[in-house]
Write a protein that binds this ligand. Structure first.
Ligand code: BGC
Length: 757
C-alpha cells in the first residue's frame, strides 16, 4: 500500500518541481499529465469510488455511530469516496481527509461541498434579490466573501450559482436564481463564478463553483417543484442554455444536473445535453455532479428499471458523480465487468474529477482548506459592512406617491407594524448555510438605529404569518386566521405620522419544495394592511419575500411600496438606509410582478403571437378579466430622483455581421438628488426563421448622476448580440431589421432601428 503512495508522491514532486522550473505549474498540459498518471494507478473500484459523494451524516471528529456510518467510514478509509457534502468545520473536514489520506492506497483527497447560496456566515440577499442590484461587481464581491468564509470552515466547493431561468412565481426556488432573463442571468453567473473561483482555483482562499441545475428545472410545469418540463429545442437553446454556456466559458469547475425530465428524458440521463452539448460542443472540461439522488430517481421517473439500470443510463449520459444516490457505488463496477458500460466512460468521469482536484491544489496539500487558524484572519465585521451595502443596492422602490419617501425629518412619530417588522430570522432566508437563526438586523432595529432621540418609534406585530414551525424540511401550513393583534396595531397606526408596514413571506416560504398556488400575502396580512390603511393613509409597505407577490390591492391603494426581498444579515439597516434616504434606491426587478397569479408563467421577453391585439373584439391574446401586462415589469424600479432619456442615436442604420453599431443615449438626472440609474438596452429581431421575442435585454450600464447632470451612455451592438438558435439549428444572426430600445425598464423605452445586412 505504502509503495503506491510513495510512488504518487514522488511523481507529484518531480512534476511540480519541473513545473516550477518552467513556470507552467497550472498549465493544462501539466494537469493532464498528473491526471493521467494517477488514473493509470487506479483500480476500477477506486475509479468508481471517485464518482461517489456522501453527505456527512455523523460527527467525523468522533467514532462513526451505526452500521451505515461505519460502512461509510470504511469506504473513506479504502479511498472509495470522491467527495463529501455537509461536513463543516476545519476539524471535521481534516478528519475526513485524514481517513482517506492515512488509510487509503492512493490517498486521493476529497472535495468538500456545501450549499453556499447567498453567503456562508455573513448572509447576503437571496440571489433573486441580489440580482435586483444589477451590480455585477457587488455580486462578485459577495461570492468572494462567501468563498473566504467557506474556506474558514473547511468547505472548498459550493453548489452555486443556480442559474435556472425561472418565470413562474409559484415555483419556490425562484428566489435562488437570477430571474427570468438569460442575458442578465449569464452576466450574474460569470460574476458569481469569478467571485467563488477567483482567477486560479489553486488559490487556497477560492472554492470550486457549480452551475446548476442543468437544465430546465426552473420551468417546472405549473410552478410545482420537480415537475415535468416541456420545452422545445428552440426555446432550450435560446433561453435555458445561454447562462450555462456563459458559465462553462467562465471555467466553472462543476455543473449539477437536475431532477426534472425534459420532453420525456430526465436531465440526469440526458446524453445530448450533457455529453453532446456541454462536454462536446462547448468543450467544457469540468465534471457533472448529480442532484441529490437524481440518478436513482430515474426509477421513479419510469426511465430506469432499477438502481443498476439508473447507474448505467446516468454514466452513459455523462453524469460523473452520484450525490447520495447509492447507484454508482453499488452497480458501476459490475456494469463494467459485464461489458454493459465501457470503462472509458468511467475513465472520462474520473479524469474530470481528478482534474478539478488538481486545479484546486488538493494533491499538493489535502489539508489546505482545513486550517483552524484561517478563521482568525477573516474580517467578519468588514463582511457585514459589505452585506449592508449590497443589501441597500438590492432594494427596489416600486411606488412612491405623496413623496412619503425618503422619510422626512418632520416625521416624529413612526409606527412600525407587521409580522415581519421585528423578525430577525426571515431576512436570513432559506439556503442560509451557516447564517445563524435570528441573527439579522430586523426592520424595527434598523429604524431605531437610524432615527434620533426626537423620533418616537412604536411597534405592533399585528398578526403572525402563520407558517408554523420554521425549518428547511418542515411542511408549511399557511393557515393564520388570528386577528387578535389588530387592535393594538390599529391604535398605534392611528397615533403615528407614518406607518411602516412589514409584510411578506416567511424565511422558509420560498426555496426547495416551496411551490404555492396562491402568491398573495399569506394569512391575514391583506386584512391587516387594509385595516391599517383605513386609519392612516401614510403607509409605507415594506415587502420581504423571495418570489414576486400578487399585491394588486396595495399597488392601487398604498402610496409607497418598497421591495426588500430577504436581504440577509444587515437587512434592517439596509432598509432603513433606503427609507431615510441615506441610500437612494437603484434596484430594478429581475422578474415580472404579476397582477394575478393566473398570469403565471409571466415574463417580459415573450413572443408576439399571431394576435397580439385587436381594438374591435375579444379574439386576441389576452385575458377577459385582467390586463395581460405585468403589474411591475422586468427592469422596473424607482429612485428618489428622476431620470430623463434623450433620443437614442445610432452610429449607423446598417450593420454587417463583422461590424458594429454604437447606440448612444443621453441620460439626465432631472430630479434633486444624486442617484444611480440602470440604463438598459433591448433588441428585437423583427423577422427571422423562427419567431423571436418582442424584446430581449442585450446590455445594461450603471450610471451615477448628480442632480442636473447628463451622461451619454454608449452600447456597442456586435453580431454576437444578434445571434440565436435558428430554424436550421445554427447559432447565428440573420439579416433584416432589428429594433433597438433603451430605457430604465422593459416598458418605457426610446426606440430606433437598423438593418443587418
Ligand atoms: C438541491 C440542490 C442542492 C442539493 C445538495 C438538492 O435537493 O436541489 O440544489 O445543491 O440538494 O444540498
Amino acid at each position: 500500500m505504502k509503495t503506491y503512495k510513495l510512488l504518487l508522491l514522488g511523481l507529484f514532486c518531480s512534476i511540480v518541481g519541473k513545473a516550477q522550473e518552467t513556470n507552467i505549474k497550472s498549465s493544462v498540459e501539466n494537469v493532464e499529465t498528473k491526471v493521467d498518471s494517477v488514473l493509470a494507478l487506479m483500480t476500477l473500484e477506486e475509479k468508481v469510488g471517485q464518482m461517489v459523494q456522501y453527505s456527512g451524516s455523523w460527527d467525523l471528529t468522533g467514532p462513526a455511530t451505526g452500521d451505515q456510518n461505519q460502512y461509510r467510514e470504511d469506504r473513506l478509509k479504502q479511498g472509495l469516496v470522491g467527495s463529501m457534502l455537509n461536513v463543516l468545520s476545519p476539524e471535521a473536514t481534516r478528519e475526513a481527509q485524514k481517513l482517506v489520506m492515512e488509510n487509503s492506497r492512493l490517498g486521493i483527497p476529497l472535495m468538500i461541498g456545501y450549499d453556499v447560496i447567498h453567503g456562508y456566515k455573513t448572509i447576503f440577499p437571496v440571489p433573486l434579490g441580489e440580482t435586483a442590484s444589477w451590480d455585477l461587481d457587488a455580486m462578485e464581491r459577495s461570492a468572494r466573501i462567501a468563498a473566504i468564509e467557506s474556506v474558514a470552515d473547511g468547505v472548498n466547493w459550493t453548489f452555486s450559482p443556480m442559474i435556472d431561468i425561472s418565470r413562474d412565481a409559484r415555483w419556490g426556488r425562484i428566489m435562488e436564481g437570477s430571474g427570468e432573463d438569460p442575458f442578465l442571468t449569464s452576466k450574474v453567473a460569470v460574476a458569481k463564478i469569478k467571485g467563488y473561483q477567483g482567477d486560479d482555483l489553486a488559490d487556497p482562499t477560492t472554492i470550486a463553483a457549480t452551475a446548476k441545475h442543468f437544465v430546465g428545472y426552473g420551468l417546472a410545469e405549473a410552478g410545482r417543484d420537480y415537475n415535468t418540463v416541456h420545452i422545445g429545442e428552440n426555446e432550450m437553446h435560446n433561453t435555458l442554455l445561454p447562462p450555462f454556456k456563459a458559465a462553462a466559458d467562465a471555467g466553472v469547475a462543476t455543473v449539477m444536473n437536475a431532477f426534472n425530465d425534459l420532453d420525456g428524458i430526465p436531465a440526469t440521463g440526458h446524453r445530448i445535453l450533457q455529453r453532446d452539448i456541454l462536454k462536446g460542443d462547448w468543450d467544457w472540461d469540468g465534471f457533472i455532479v448529480s442532484d441529490w439522488g437524481s440518478i436513482i430517481e430515474m426509477v421513479n421517473h419510469g426511465f430506469a428499471r432499477d438502481r443498476k439500470h439508473a447507474a448505467e443510463i446516468a454514466v452513459k449520459a455523462g453524469s460523473d458523480m452520484d450525490m447520495e444516490g447509492g447507484a454508482y457505488e453499488n452497480a458501476l463496477e459490475e456494469l463494467v465487468e459485464e461489458g454493459e458500460v465501457d470503462e472509458e466512460l468511467i475513465n472520462d468521469a474520473v479524469r474530470r474529477i481528478l482534474r478539478v482536484k488538481f486545479k484546486m491544489g488538493l494533491f499538493e496539500d489535502p489539508y489546505r482548506y482545513s486550517n483552524p487558524d484561517f478563521a482568525a484572519t477573516v474580517d467578519y465585521d468588514e463582511h457585514r459592512e459589505v452585506a449592508r451595502e449590497i443589501a441597500s443596492k438590492s432594494i427596489v422602490l416600486l411606488k412612491n406617491e405623496k413623496e412619503l419617501l425618503p422619510i422626512k425629518p418632520s416625521v416624529k412619530n413612526i409606527a412600525v407594524i407587521g409580522p415581519l417588522a421585528d423578525d430577525k430570522d426571515t431576512p436570513i432566508g432559506n439556503w442560509r448555510a451557516q447564517g445563524e437563526a435570528n441573527s439579522a438586523v430586523s426592520l424595527l432595529e434598523g429604524i431605531r438605529n437610524a432615527v434620533g432621540q426626537d423620533v418616537n418609534v412604536t411597534y405592533a406585530k399585528g398578526a403572525d404569518l402563520g407558517m408554523g414551525e420554521r425549518s428547511f424540511l418542515k411542511p408549511l401550513k399557511i393557515n393564520e386566521t388570528d386577528t387578535s393583534g389588530f387592535a393594538d396595531a390599529i391604535a398605534k397606526a392611528k397615533e403615528a405620522d407614518l406607518v411602516v408596514l412589514a409584510l411578506g413571506e416567511d424565511a422558509f416560504q420560498t426555496g426547495e419544495g416551496r411551490s404555492q398556488v396562491d402568491i398573495g400575502l399569506a394569512g391575514v396580512q391583506d386584512e391587516l394592511l387594509q385595516e391599517i390603511y383605513k386609519v392612516n393613509k401614510n403607509v409605507v409597505l415594506v415587502l420581504q419575500n423571495g418570489r414576486p407577490l400578487e399585491i394588486s390591492w396595495a399597488a392601487e391603494n398604498v402610496p409607497a411600496i418598497v421591495e426588500a426581498w430577504l436581504l440577509g444579515t444587515e437587512s434592517g439597516n439596509a432598509i432603513a438606509d433606503v427609507l431615510f434616504g441615506k441610500y437612494n434606491p437603484s434596484g430594478k426587478l429581475p422578474v415580472s410582478f404579476p397582477r394575478a397569479v393566473g398570469q403565471e408563467p409571466l415574463y417580459y421577453n415573450q413572443k408576439n403571437t399571431g394576435r397580439p391585439s385587436n381594438p374591435t373584439d375579444v379574439t386576441y391574446s389576452a385575458y377577459t378579466d385582467e390586463e395581460k401586462t405585468a403589474l411591475y415589469p422586468f427592469g422596473y424600479g424607482l429612485s428618489y430622483t428622476t431620470f430623463e432619456y434623450g433620443d437614442i442615436n445610432l452610429s449607423s442604420k446598417e450593420m454587417t455581421q463583422e461590424g458594429s453599431i454604437e447606440v448612444t443615449v443621453p441620460v439626465t438626472n432631472s430630479g434633486s438628488k444624486a442617484g444611480r440609474e440602470v440604463v438598459q438596452l433591448y433588441l428585437r429581431d423583427m423577422v427571422a426563421s423562427t419567431t423571436r421575442p418582442v424584446i430581449e435585454l442585450k446590455g445594461f450600464e450603471l450610471v451615477d448622476l448628480q442632480p442636473g447632470e447628463t451622461k451619454e451612455v454608449t452600447f456597442t451592438i456586435t453580431n454576437d448580440l444578434l445571434e440565436f438558435y435558428n430554424a436550421e439549428k445554427k447559432w447565428t444572426s440573420e439579416p433584416g431589421e432589428f429594433r433597438v430600445m433603451v430605457g430604465g425598464n422593459s416598458r418605457d423605452l426610446k426606440m430606433d432601428s437598423f438593418e443587418l445586412q
